[in-house]
Write a protein that binds this ligand. Structure first.
Ligand code: DCM
Length: 146
C-alpha cells in the first residue's frame, strides 16, 4: 500500500462498490513471478501475485503497472485479463492480468521479503494465498511445458 492510498482511500468499483485489488501474473522467459508477503501478520509468509489497490480514478491496468514499479522496481506492461474475480476480505475483490517484464530485475522493495521465478512444474512449491490459486492455475496454462 502506498501513502496516497492511505490518504485518499482506494477506488471502489463503480458497479459493485467493492475496492478492486489488481495483481499480475508476471511472465518472463517461461516463468511466473511469485512474491512472499512480509505483512500483515495473517498473510506474512504466504505467496501471492504482486499487486495492490486501484486508486480513485485510476485505470486498473495503470494501477497494476504502478504497483509493479513501486513494489518490484520494474517496468512492465499488462497483457491479458485472466477471466474471473475473486473475493478477498469483505469489500475487496481481486482481478488478475498477465503482464510482461519490459525492463529491470524484480527486487522485493515493499510488502515482500522474497521473490521467486517459477517454471510451470514448480508452481506448487510455494504456499500461495488461497484467493490467488485459481488465477495462478490459469496463468500456468500460459507457461511452456508438460
Ligand atoms: N491481496 C491478495 N492477493 C494478491 C494481492 C493482494 O489477496 N495477489 C490482498 C492482500 C490485502 C489486499 O489484497 O488484503 C490489499 O493488498 P496490499 O496490502 O498489497 O495493497
Amino acid at each position: 500500500m502506498t501513502e496516497s492510498t492511505t490518504r485518499h482511500g482506494a477506488g471502489p468499483d463503480r458497479g459493485t462498490g467493492a475496492v478492486v485489488v489488481v495483481a499480475a501474473a508476471l511472465l518472463d522467459r517461461g516463468r511466473l513471478l511469485a512474491a512472499r508477503r512480509s505483512a500483515p501478520a495473517e498473510l506474512a509468509g504466504r505467496w501471492e501475485l504482486p499487486g495492490g489497490k486501484v486508486e480513485p480514478g485510476e485505470r486498473p491496468e495503470d494501477a497494476l503497472v504502478r504497483e509493479l514499479r513501486e513494489e518490484l522496481g520494474v517496468e512492465a506492461e499488462t497483457a491479458e485479463r485472466i477471466p474471473g474475480e475473486w473475493p478477498l476480505k469483505p469489500g475487496y475483490v481481486l482481478r488478475v492480468w498477465t503482464a510482461r517484464l519490459l525492463s529491470g530485475e524484480p527486487r522485493p522493495l515493499e510488502d515482500h521479503d522474497e521473490l521467486r521465478w517459477l517454471a510451470r512444474d514448480e508452481l506448487d512449491t510455494v504456499d500461495w494465498l488461497d484467493q490467488d490459486r485459481p488465477a495462478v492455475a490459469e496463468a500456468a496454462r500460459r507457461l511452456p511445458g508438460v
